[in-house]
Design a binder for this molecule. Structure first.
Ligand code: HSE
Length: 437
């Protein structure tokens, strides 16, 4: 009989409790699949309040550090969250004692992942974090193992359920951003501080991890250009739909001639693309591998059961004796990256302007774009609500929507500054990048 893998769990919130239940429920299957029983031997949490999970026969550790140092624990499962202590010290303690660690903590991995991976390498334990990105979607394993023999050109995805929920409802029901955010909070999708979701930082942390696995870059959130979704208006979603696009908050890491570009921003994607079909809180990641058509993984990116599924899969790897390099290769082989210079970003753009409805306005806008060598794919001028075609020429403003062919971002900015100086538009132009599949 092989000795069981002895698991200690720090954090008994929704995910922690579900992990205890899942290990209990799947005990026989886990032992068959890994060749070794998996047993939760100790737990710790902030409070000893009663929980809807059976903890009889399981030791209660005084605190996370005591759990990490317990000689009867082989594998520490960190489910407390937070980018610093006590999670950081507990993980560090466990790794330095040669133990393996499983965590769902994206913020901690994005911030301290390299240091912790080094400790894992040095002391021989595993550091597994499948649940940190896309919860139940096995995207870490796909990049690290499934595609180990394939060069990656681009990885991009919907990595934040809250933002996808908000954009879906805004598009489908024409609701305002604030209304949808309130619902997302009420339903428990948003982070404690929702600005973390809507301003793109949650997506950026997950993207930093994916980029490292895909391209061998050092995980570094500061190398990522980040823009959130709070400026997106229902009229952008309507216009996008009419033009054959949908707006998604994407995290994109792409190999370019100038290096690896990592960026998070609202993005127009063709309605026919796989990623455009992903609605509500669902997450998805598309991987463009060399010589193969894109692979898209779709699934639940948050929630107790979905996160516990990935955590238990990581524990199973530890039980099997697998000790993969956390970021797919030794830490000293990972390359430093620079923040993406977005002014050199190349792609198509959606531009929405409030134009004065005078003769010559469209010609002025077209001229300014042409001066920057920007070619227009389509241009639409809308009639203001209630006005009839041919009867609205009272000086505007009227929305003008442009789609450009691929160009540089600084050219778009220069053209729009010139249009503003010409005083043919009012307000700030809305600009959304287009990502082609
Ligand atoms: N707030 C996150 C989301 C939870 O909305 O996707 C998962 O990281």
């Amino acid at each position: 009989m092989v000795a069981p893998l002895r698991v200690g769990i720090a954090g008994l919130g929704t995910v922690g409790a579900e992990v205890v239940r899942l290990i209990e429920r799947q005990g026989r299957v886990l032992a068959e699949r890994t060749g070794r029983p998996v047993k939760v031997v100790a737990v710790t949490a902030r409070s000893k309040k009663k929980r809807a999970v059976d903890l009889s026969g399981i030791k209660w550790a005084k605190d996370p550090l005591a759990l990490a140092a317990d000689p009867e624990v082989d594998c520490l499962v960190e489910l407390m969250g937070g980018a610093g202590d006590p999670a950081l010290s507990a993980i560090d303690t466990a790794l330095k004692a040669g133990k393996s660690v499983v965590t769902a903590n994206k913020a901690l991995i994005a911030k301290h992942g390299l240091k912790l991976a080094k400790a894992a390498e040095k002391h021989g334990g595993a550091l597994n974090f499948e649940a940190a990105v896309g919860a139940a979607i096995p995207v870490i394993k796909t990049l690290r193992e499934g595609l180990a023999g394939t060069g990656i050109n681009r990885v991009y995805g919907i990595l934040n359920g809250t933002c996808n929920y908000i954009l879906t409802r805004m598009e489908q029901e024409g609701l305002s951003f604030d209304e949808c955010l309130k619902d997302a909070q009420r339903l428990g999708y948003a982070e404690a501080d929702p600005s973390f979701d809507i301003h793109g930082h949650d997506t950026a942390q997950k993207l930093a991890i994916l980029a490292s696995l895909a391209f061998g870059t050092q995980v570094a959130e500061k190398s990522i250009y980040v823009e959130g979704i709070s400026s997106i208006a229902p009229e952008d979603l309507r216009a996008a739909a009419e033009l054959g696009y949908r707006v998604k908050l994407l995290g994109v890491a792409v190999r370019t001639a100038k290096g690896i570009e990592q960026r998070v921003h609202p993005t127009m994607v063709p309605k026919s693309s796989s990623i455009a079909q992903v609605m509500d809180v669902t997450n998805a990641v598309t991987i463009d591998g060399e010589g193969i058509p894109p692979i898209t993984l779709v699934g639940p990116g948050a929630g107790g059961a979905a996160t516990a599924s990935a955590v238990v899969a990581d524990i199973a790897d530890v039980a099997r004796g697998i000790r993969s390099a956390p970021f797919g290769r030794p830490v000293d082989k990972l390359q430093a990256t620079e923040k993406a210079p977005m002014e050199r970003h190349e792609g198509g753009y959606y531009i929405r302007l409030m134009a004065r409805d005078h003769a010559g306005t469209a010609a002025t806008i077209a001229t300014r774009l042409a001066e920057q060598k920007i070619s227009i794919e389509s241009i639409v001028q809308r009639h203001p609500n209630g006005s009839e075609p041919g009867k609205s020429a009272k000086g505007g403003p009227v929305p003008v929507i442009l789609i450009t062919y691929a160009t540089h971002e600084d050219a778009v900015h220069r053209a729009l500054q010139a249009v503003q100086r010409d005083k043919v538009i009012s307000g700030k132009p809305q600009v959304i990048r287009i990502e082609k599949n």
